[in-house]
Write a protein that binds this ligand. Structure first.
Ligand code: COA
Length: 292
């Protein structure tokens, strides 16, 4: 049986005008790599300048240079640990010194690894909660005064893992559920001031750390077949949603959690053998590299 060719990903500039974000400023945690870097690039391609934040200075500065070269817009990097509110407050201040404003914020910094609860130390659980959930809270707190001033908009990068019980992902599932909740509250508390807050929940996206580092090839093939649109997502698929959500076309979109996943969550089954992989975690070692 022949399967029709999947619908391809396009870049946002094939659909949206080049200058819709002219004069706008993006503040993006996790912008040095992966999905957040792709979102930043797309938003800059539509005219915005950017301030990206991450832990590693060399990687961040190289990313900022690359983003400037690819888009012709200004991009500045600042080193932060989103777990430390003072570093974020200082970075937001620096962004104001450089650009005078912040219009858009992406809360994207995240951490992940695979481990069953039985192999997850209290510190491991706390670390991911602190990076993802507390890091999002810290980013919101550091930027909210400026976002109120610009009547700007937040996008939080979440996941679809916590819609069901996903084995080996207790820490991230709990953390991302918290991120979704924070966004909803910001949408309701700040909406009357003209501020919007939404969540993008990416499905399986090729070329990301989550798929490259955490997912072995055999599992990737299973996952791809389960996606109704018959391919993994691309970073552009997610970036396009961020362009739409920050654009004026989304002016009445607030407090939403939008899965961009080709409808994967409707059809997916656990990619690890079930229940073998939870009854005998050692049996999963061949497929993944968890700490048991
Ligand atoms: N399995 C179980 N526990 C793990 C683990 C794994 N694979 N990786 C780290 N941990 C535990 C550590 O053992 C430690 O707990 P302990 O003190 O009880 O031993 C705790 O998590 C903190 O680890 P540490 O390496 O000190 O934290 P960090 O802040 O340097 O690292 C992480 C942050 C944990 C998120 C790390 O996985 C990381 O930096 N990942 C790369 C970035 C990333 O994940 N991006 C997102 C991809 S989707």
């Amino acid at each position: 049986m022949s399967v029709p060719t999947p619908r391809e990903a396009v870049t946002s500039t094939t659909t949206f005008k080049d200058d819709i974000f002219r004069g706008k400023v993006l503040f993006c945690t996790g912008g040095s790599s992966g999905i957040c870097k792709g979102m930043t690039q797309s938003i800059m391609k539509h005219g915005a300048d950017a301030f990206i934040l991450g832990r590693k200075q060399d990687k961040g500065e190289a990313a900022a240079k690359e983003l400037t070269e690819a888009t012709g817009r200004k991009c500045v990097f600042a080193s932060v640990d989103v777990r430390k509110p003072e570093t974020l407050k200082a970075a937001a201040k620096k962004c104001i010194e450089v650009y005078g404003k912040i219009d858009f914020v992406i809360c994207g910094a995240a951490g992940n690894f695979l481990a069953p609860i039985s192999g997850l130390s209290e510190n491991a659980f706390r670390t991911v909660i602190e990076i993802d959930t507390l890091g999002t809270y810290n980013t919101i707190k550091a930027t909210l005064p400026y976002i109120r001033e610009s009547r700007g908009s937040y996008i939080h990068v979440s996941a679809t893992l916590h819609y069901r019980g996903t084995p080996y992902q207790a820490h991230v599932s709990a953390a991302k559920a918290g991120v979704d909740a924070l966004s909803n509250v910001v949408a309701v508390e700040e909406g009357p001031r003209g501020v919007r807050s939404n969540v993008i929940a990416p499905g399986p996206i090729q070329g990301t750390e989550g798929m490259d580092r955490l997912t072995p090839q055999a599992m990737k093939d299973v996952i791809t077949k389960q996606v109704p649109l018959q391919r993994q997502g691309t970073i552009d698929d997610i970036a396009n949603m961020s362009v739409f959500l920050f654009s004026d076309a989304a002016n009445w979109v607030n407090g939403q959690i939008i899965a961009v996943d080709g409808a994967h969550l409707h059809t997916s089954v656990q990619p690890l053998p079930y229940p073998e992989s939870v009854l005998d975690p050692a049996s999963a070692v061949k497929a993944i590299k968890p700490r048991l």
